[in-house]
Write a protein that binds this ligand. Structure first.
Ligand SMILES: Cc1cc2nc3c(=O)[nH]c(=O)nc-3n(C[C@H](O)[C@H](O)[C@H](O)COP(=O)(O)OP(=O)(O)OC[C@H]3O[C@@H](n4cnc5c(N)ncnc54)[C@H](O)[C@@H]3O)c2cc1C
Length: 272
């Protein structure tokens, strides 16, 4: 490993001060499931590792009623909340069972007990599961500086709207009428070769796909068809082009394109 300074601030303000003083490339540590291997392999060479673990109020799950125009119910998940805590939460299981199931399907027990929601979305791995939930569940990403609409958060391959030094503090997921997540997992890591989250909010349907492209994306043709008729049959004949999809040793682009159709239908069926 490269030499770096280690800091464990007790507040967001102290973390922000450390960012300013932290030299060229300070980096945050949450669950370490991505960062520690990257440090070991020298893919990251930060000047300072700023551990977020001692900052109070960054974990936990609560529900919140929207105000004004946006009166919908949201489930607020703190950035340091582990995947295991989301998977086991009675509130998440009651309000958005698809989100609990998605978290339960991440990696293995060790990864789920260390890895966090904030770390996952800040990392923006194209095969990560949470990005599909952020997009399909109309999420809002809250940071120490502002709120970012989920639709504007993921910018591309391992790229987000976060500015250098910005800390994700929570994600607000809107509670849908129905939702289900289906993933075809890479058998060793459990990352998504393809994952599809379908969510219905009244007349609006959102279909978000992870694992298949450089970043999470929606499928407007499927959304329109499902808004007219919310049934697996409504997706008959809708093809996703393999152009621009990922091709690697695990799956070719046309196979991933085919999986999107299969998993979207299964997700609609699972919505009941
Ligand atoms: C064996 C294995 C299997 C896995 N399988 C899956 C899987 O099936 N599905 C899946 O989705 N993921 C999977 N993962 C990834 C896992 O979910 C990680 O937990 C996640 O990618 C990173 O979260 P973390 O809390 O460990 O973040 P860290 O590794 O601590 O940090 C990752 C990055 O995010 C930044 N960061 C962390 N927290 C914040 C914050 N609050 N604000 C701003 N920046 C922040 C860090 O600076 C760093 O750049 C797997 C990982 C491993 C090792």
């Amino acid at each position: 490993m490269h030499d770096f300074k280690y800091a464990r601030p007790a507040s967001l303000a102290a973390a922000a001060t450390l960012v300013k003083k932290g030299g060229a490339d300070p980096v945050f540590l949450a669950g370490g499931q991505t960062l520690i291997p990257a440090l070991k392999m020298r893919l990251r060479k930060p000047s300072t590792v700023i551990d977020l673990a001692a900052i109070k109020g960054l974990d936990g799950i609560a529900e919140k009623k929207g105000k004004g125009k946006d009166k919908g119910l949201t489930v607020v998940v703190g950035a340091l909340t582990t995947h295991a805590a989301v998977a086991g939460s009675k509130l998440v299981k009651a309000r958005i069972p698809a989100l609990a199931a998605l978290a339960e399907g991440i990696g293995d027990p060790q990864v789920r007990h260390r890895g966090t929601l904030g770390g996952s979305i800040a990392n923006a791995d194209p095969a990560a599961d949470y990005p599909a939930a952020v997009i399909a569940l109309h999420a809002e990403v809250v940071t120490n500086k502002r709120s970012i609409s989920g639709d504007a958060f993921f910018k591309g391959f391992f790229e987000t709207a976060l500015k250098p030094g910005e800390i994700v503090t929570a994600v607000n997921f809107r509670v849908p009428d129905k939702a289900a997540y289906m993933k075809f997992a890479q058998p060793a890591s459990r990352f998504a070769l393809v994952g599809v989250l379908v969510a219905k909010f009244g007349a609006e349907v959102r279909v978000a796909v992870t694992g298949a492209g450089a970043s999470v994306f929606r499928v407007p043709d499927m959304e329109k068809a499902l808004a007219k008729s919310f049934s697996a049959a409504a997706l008959d004949g809708i093809k996703v082009s393999p152009k621009d999809l990922n091709s690697d040793i695990h799956a070719a682009a046309d196979y991933r394109a085919h999986l999107i159709g299969v998993l979207a239908k299964r997700a609609v069926e699972a919505c009941g």
